[in-house]
Design a protein around this ligand. Sequence first.
Ligand code: GLP
Length: 242
Amino acid sequence: MKIMICPDASHARTLAARILSDQIREKPASVLGLATGRTMEAIYSLLAERSRHDEIDFSAVTTFNLDEYAGLHAGHDQSYRYYMRKHLFDHVNIAPDRTHVPDGSAADVEAEAVSYENRIAAAGGIDLQLLGLGENGHIGFNEPLSSLSSRTRVVTLAQATLEQNAVMFGGDPGRVPTRALTMGTGTILDSRKVLLVVTGSKKADITARVIEGPVSALVPGSALQFHPHCLVILDNAAASGL
Ligand code: GLP
């Protein structure tokens, strides 16, 4: 792992956006793995701004999102497909058929998970996977005790995740879907490069466990220690437990 510590969250986001932009410039037909969550919003806003100024061209880019809530249709305002349209896809010149988010409303979500994994492989795999970190150490929706070699599948969300994400569902953890489709930890580790972005003091302890702790299924993000090209961007607050 290579760790870069920025003075604050704004610098961390700017650096992450620059790395993504450089990836697209160096390989216009990049396959990007994308993440959701509050950490990513400002990064996507910076990418949208660069695209508006013609500094990056998404026309040949293909994207695969990490995860999606099971049971939410693409138009639901808390679905990750909706999030991606709102924060990125509607603001850049990417062809809709090049954007992939697991279909949480599929009649057979298990089959959708298998098909999603196959679609990633058919696209040639992921060049650069952008990741955030859950407060319990999850990456994508790979919750503690997920197999470190797991593939895209349907999972049950941890109570901690329901609580962390409740704010997006009117503050009520009971309204957060309890299941999701997620790329597996093994799927994520297959990406050629990984960019993990973590900000804020609330994640200081888990960040230290991800980077410095033993590799353990209890902390799914710790599996990234095995990745040969994993860059971690932190702000000072998230790095304060290192
Ligand atoms: C969700 C997503 C994760 C993301 C995490 C962190 O649970 N499934 O992929 O990393 O949120 O979110 P935030 O950036 O809002 O802390």
